[in-house]
Ligand binder design. Structure first.
Ligand code: ADP
Ligand code: MG
Length: 344
């Protein structure tokens, strides 16, 4: 590496908009460990995501966008728990110490860290093995929630209504554009740009999620596609889910680019949405919708929790025979990727 790791840490990762002081952090970067303050009656909420070039993001991704995306994707897990972000740690395995790349990447991280008052408090920085020069970024986010208040996957009850935030399938459509797999003349340049932006910079649902604590019975963030992720809520809750496919929120840009026969496959199985899917007791839905309006977060009610198991897809009350599967890193056949998207 051109400069040593301590130099890299000091120059790029101890920058003020990234490693700032915060109430939940007693000690940040520089010692063997960071020290966190978790207030009385609070639980520490933690999650880790490892992202590898060529699997989770495209080779030669713009480092400024990548820095934002990797932190947004991690914060999405905190949102899914209804947790308040406190801080994060960062492990990097670098193919080389390119100052321009490090500057842009750490600036991107800083944008999202500042916006969420969630500073960087530690990490690890290494060079890749010379025979395996692949960038790997691992982030662990730390959040807090009042004891017993975090939103779990297993709390859905029969009769609860199922909601999603935002729109589905945009990021998957954006990825198709980036990979040249979409007939892009179908959408306007602005629409194409919006879809690509949805892939690079998922909307943060952290603030909306804090309002869900009192109202939702279960929640998950949609990373592998609604079909898979709503399936997790149903399984964890020991119940089934019924979804009206005509109620699925699809953006204008998505509808313009993607032919109608492909809408469901992409919106339900495309992945990378990082929207929230959650369930709400039916007597709380009015309050929920008002809270989400106040938060400026669009939500759509797409179905309900019912007896049974698995997710049932319906149109006009008729059950549809859909075979949508989310992304799986280790499919049964033993081959790398289960879907046409070789990326995650
Ligand atoms: P140690 O040898 O005790 O594990 P390091 O020499 O690896 O510590 O790191 C020195 C300090 O810099 C530690 O506080 C560590 O958490 C922090 N650090 C290392 N890499 C990063 C990084 N990529 N981002 C933020 N902090 C980092
Ligand atoms: Mg040490």
């Amino acid at each position: 590496m051109a400069s040593d790791e301590f130099d890299i840490i000091r120059r790029y990762f101890q920058r003020s908009e990234l490693a700032f002081a915060a109430p939940g952090v007693a000690l940040g970067i520089g010692d063997d460990c960071a020290l966190l303050r978790v207030g009385p009656g609070q639980e520490l909420v933690m999650s880790m995501d490892l992202l590898q070039e060529g699997v989770h993001f495209l080779p030669d991704s713009d480092p400024y966008l990548l820095g934002q995306r990797v932190l947004l994707v991690n914060l999405s897990d905190l949102a899914a728990m209804g947790a308040q972000p406190v801080c994060f740690t960062l492990a990097l395995s670098l193919p080389n110490a390119d100052p321009q790349w490090l500057e842009r990447f750490s600036a991107g991280l800083g944008v999202v860290a500042s916006a969420h008052a969630c500073p960087l408090v530690g990490g690890d920085t290494t060079a890749c093995h010379p025979d395996h020069r692949v960038l790997t970024v691992c982030i662990q986010v730390h959040g807090s929630a009042p004891q017993g208040a975090a939103l779990l996957r297993n709390g859905a009850q029969e009769g609860d209504m199922i909601y999603v935030t935002g729109t589905l399938g945009d990021a998957a459509a954006g990825l198709m554009l980036l990979q040249g797999r979409a007939r892009d003349e179908r959408a306007t340049p602005a629409q194409r740009q919006a879809l690509i932006a949805a892939f690079h910079l998922p909307e943060s649902r952290v603030r909306a999620a804090l309002r869900l604590r009192q109202l939702a019975s279960a929640a998950i963030d949609i990373s592998d596609g609604l079909a898979s992720d709503l399936g997790h809520i149903a399984r964890a809750s020991g119940l089934g889910a019924v979804v009206n496919v005509d109620a699925l929120p699809l953006s204008e840009a998505f509808r313009a680019l993607i032919p109608p026969q492909d809408h469901l496959a992409l919106a339900l199985g495309g992945g990378d949405d990082y929207e929230l899917c959650f369930t709400v007791p039916s007597d709380h839905t009015e309050m929920l919708e008002q809270q989400m309006r106040e938060a400026g977060t669009p939500v759509a009610c797409i179905g309900h929790i019912a007896a049974g198991s698995g997710v049932r897809w319906q149109r006009d009350g008729e059950t549809l025979d859909l075979n949508v599967r989310g992304y799986n890193h280790f499919p049964a056949s033993g081959t790398a990727a289960s879907s046409s998207q070789e990326r995650r």
